[in-house]
Write a protein that binds this ligand. Sequence first.
Ligand code: 13P
Length: 319
Amino acid sequence: MVAPGKGILAADESIGTMSSRLEKAGVEPTAENRRAYRELLTSTPNLAEGVSGIIFCDETLHQQFADGRPFAEAVRALGILPGIKVDTGAKACPGLLGEKITEGLDGLPDRLVHYAELGAAFAKWRAVIAITDTLPSEAGIRANAHALARYAAACQEAGIVPIVEPEVLMDGGHSLSRCAEVTATVHAAVFAELAAFSVDPAGIVLKPNMVIEGAGHSEQSSAEQVAEATVEVLRALPDELAGVAFLSGGQSPQRATANLASMQGLRTPWPLTFSFGRALVDPALAAWAGDPGRVAEGQAALAERVAANAAAVRRRAEL
Ligand code: 13P
């Protein structure tokens, strides 16, 4: 999953999120169009040169390529690991106004057995933390950290590698230093809970946000500033962690890549790679736009972003 020079493709939007992205691109949001779009992404020529794993949602893992092979089987044949998003979404948290808690723990051990049978090698769970002048609260952080740790422990018991994703959102006008402070607090809570649930850090991939100013902040930080602030926060993590694979969080594809490239110059005990969703797939969706005659254009757009990000992480070996 964190093989040198490669990253992870997040193609696991829920049915609702994927449907609204398809509609925005002018594509009818049917199960078949969601399937065709995921097949387009997955069958991009030479994808395995820059992608070690692809995260799918439940719907896709139960679907097949046009030639009848289930997605997990088709992906493994390419030399890529199939993964599965197992949370059921971030919902308003009772008692914590303005904060969310990610659901999906009920029945999780049984679902993991099912996903392993379908061929999933790894899983993902995303916790969402918003920044305002007064949030996040300690209780909101603790609740999400607890859920992430129970999820990760269940994955390790099922022989599935957990991606642990505590996302501090870019929404809002906050500064980079406020993001750093919140991200550090969230990581401390998450790793305390992981330890409490006996999760082996050597068997998890952390999927954090980059430390970056809010989208509504007056000034945009440079790639060097983002890289330094991010690695500074990550230094608190255990050395044994298998790897760090960032989400893109709404950054432009170019900015996410530049920030990732800048980080490679800073020494860390774990590889720093990408597990981007939007920063990899948005250009592909726009280029395809649901037109069966434009599959090659969609794939070329994805290949271009994968190559740029793979080149960014390969800088590490060169520096
Ligand atoms: P973005 O890169 O679009 O933030 O998505 C990554 C992801 O998997 C969110 O859970």
